[in-house]
Design a protein. Structure first.
Length: 197
């Protein structure tokens, strides 16, 4: 990605992820929360040397604070919303991505268990990530607030938002139910396309 400071285009209709993620949640989470991050980031970089940078460069380079928070959330949500598709039974990766998951976690089921555990044990707000290290190995990361693996020179492949606004309309405070349901709507081809090398 070489993302500009603009709203990502959803690759599906706003009701296509139901019942996992409702149209109402898309309206608030994508239409209002993400739009606010994009607008705020654009205003923060306006007429500064940062204005020529991509969102990824901002996330990797800017110091902690409002600029990083809005750049991180813009990138995180763009990756999040573009990694989904309508629900599919027995949804799992294939090809190279599955081979790497099997190599680095033992099996897809073990990876799912470890990733789910990371998402459920992250205290407060933040993200669970599948990331690729520079040596090609896959790792699971827990990042608070706007954190992204790019800060550690890792490539973010798959991110699950555990801020309550991601699921409260559909699941109230049941984060575990939300995380379990999300596995049905991950577009593994999109995740695989984010691999480096």
């Amino acid at each position: 990605m070489n993302m500009k400071i603009e709203m990502p285009v959803l690759p599906y209709a706003d009701n296509a992820l139901e019942p996992v993620i409702s149209r109402e949640t898309i309206g608030y989470h994508y239409g209002k929360h993400l739009q606010n991050y994009v607008n705020t980031l654009a205003s923060l970089v306006k007429d500064t040397p940062w204005s020529a940078k991509s969102v990824e460069e901002l996330v990797a380079e800017v110091p902690e604070g409002p600029l990083f928070n809005n750049a991180g959330q813009t990138l995180n949500h763009a990756l999040y919303f573009t990694q989904f598709m309508p629900a599919k039974a027995d949804n799992q990766p294939t090809g190279t991505l599955l081979e790497l998951i099997n190599r680095d976690f033992g099996s897809f089921d073990t990876f799912k268990e470890q990733f789910t555990q990371a998402a459920l044990t992250l205290f407060g707000s933040g993200w669970a990530w599948l990331a690729q290290q520079q040596d090609g190995r896959l790792v699971i990361r827990k990042e608070s607030n706007a954190g992204n693996p790019l800060r550690n020179n890792e490539t973010p492949l798959l991110g699950i938002d555990v801020w309550e606004h991601a699921y409260y309309i559909d699941y109230f405070n049941r984060r575990a139910d939300h995380v379990q349901a999300v596995w049905q709507i991950i577009n593994w081809q999109v995740v695989a396309d984010r691999l480096k090398g």
